[in-house]
Ligand binder design. Sequence first.
Ligand SMILES: [Mg+2]
Length: 244
Amino acid sequence: MFASLNDLHRDEPTILVDVRTPLILFDIDGTLLRRSGPHHRQALEAAVEDVTGAAASTESIPVAGMLDGVILTLMMKAAGLKATAIRAALPAVMARAQELYGESCPDLRRRVCPGVRQLLPRLLRQGAVIGLVTGNLSQIGWTKMERAGLRAHFRLGAFAEMGRTRGELARMARRQAMAEGWITRQSPAVLIGDHINDIRAAREAKMRSVAVATGVLPRAELVPHQPDFLLDDLRSFDLDEVLR
Ligand SMILES: [Mg+2]
């Protein structure tokens, strides 16, 4: 007996052809999470103080869209430390900041941006490989994902201590995914973020850019930077449309 056409197509999962497996990279702050509290800033400040003895503040630093290493460097500079002292202290300050954040990070499950909790499993069902490209230090980024209940969806990440710019981090993430055999040279890559720096990074890394207006920048400020897609939030993210 032949099954009817309906039976044959029922429950057939949408699986993309292997060579075109997409890589979808997410920024964290303002993109996956928002209003996650002062704990991250506080960990950076306390780390500088613990390691160097200098009282440092993030107050005058536009932290959005920046890499933690750059933020820490600017904080130490503002606190009067010399360039050589900053370079020498930076690895210990980064290690301390990650340790402190691990101790202070709150439950972030209610800080997840609209649409994210539905989108991540949907992307996995569509065959995508999902990663992080963030200005957070690695242990800070992974801690946030864990406390937000999102950790399991991410296969890889590129973090602040691994490069100098977000564009460099994005390229590293793609190289890693290729080296692991998860994606191919033909795979499309998408970088999703809430900041101009994310749009720039996507362009630098020759990836499609998706900007979301869930961070500090309103939609109107993202428009002039011409992301490939601009969304109010991730509820309206449509993979097929982005890959078309
Ligand atoms: Mg961001």
